[in-house]
Ligand binder design. Structure first.
Ligand SMILES: [Zn+2]
Length: 67
């Protein structure tokens, strides 16, 4: 997922997992999940943020991401 390759400062989304330092997140269905859906680390299941955080990140990076 491309968004994880671009850390953007002060979002609530943890681009890098605090538990294991990994960039991987579990696959989620962005189109069919509410903003409050938690995004979790693929390795340790630690909460990394929510879909709302991910969408906020995308808004800041105009034109760079596709959802
Ligand atoms: Zn982790």
């Amino acid at each position: 997922m491309k968004v994880l390759d671009h850390p953007f400062g002060d979002t609530n989304l943890k681009v890098v997992c605090e538990a294991c330092g990994d960039l991987s997140i579990k696959a989620i269905d962005l189109a069919n999940s509410p903003d409050s859906t938690e995004i979790r680390c693929r390795r340790y299941n630690a909460i990394r943020g929510t879909i709302a955080d991910l969408r906020e990140l995308a808004r800041r990076a105009t034109g760079e991401f596709e959802f």
